[in-house]
Write a protein that binds this ligand. Sequence first.
Ligand code: ZN
Length: 239
Amino acid sequence: MRDAQGWNLKFKRPLNDWEVNRMVEFLNILERYKEPSNREDKLLWAPDTQGRFSVGTAYRNSQRTHTQSSYWPWKMIWKVKVPFKVACFTWLLAKQVVLTQDNRMKKGLDLCSRCFFCECETETINHLFLHCKETVKLWQIFINKRGISWSMPGNIKEALACWNRDGNQSGHRERWKIVPACIWWTIWLERNQRCFENKSCSMEKMKLKCLALFYFWCKHEYPHEDEDITSMLESLRSS
Ligand SMILES: [Zn+2]
């Protein structure tokens, strides 16, 4: 509501430190609307100058949005030979909507967010799955095997795009593309065990679980080839 002093906003919970700047931006936007019209509210379709919805304006708007947004790594999500539920999980990660603690806080839950692995950083998707000093050890198994230098990108979408690009030189491109899903699924299962069952595995055991996933998903792709995990990892090396 707006009164003589300005906009009077009420929130369900106090703001967190990192939300203050966004709130200032929001108030600046609201300040542009000092004199609300007395006319009755109605829905307007923003992409159309008359405010009327049509399939044509919706299509043109979606095309414009599509070209403005950067590359969406759909092949690294849906064309990778992993179980469907794991592909869905990768998709949720790329959309940044998996229920890590920071995302749960955005939904109004009052939590003390802390990474279950390093126990010092806030648990966000990008931290937990890409940058945590503990979970990054799973990435190192495969990166060291390939013998490439790898600088971790800022978010899941970029990580998938870079991993896909690096796979061009891999001896076995299809197997290389399975790796992010193996790592992320291993991290998520372990994270949930620590969060909900108060149980934890050592990093060495997590590495073994991750390699086991890699082995079984590769095996599922080529069931008749008699190959052990060592030669599967060797096949990732640059050709
Ligand atoms: Zn961490």
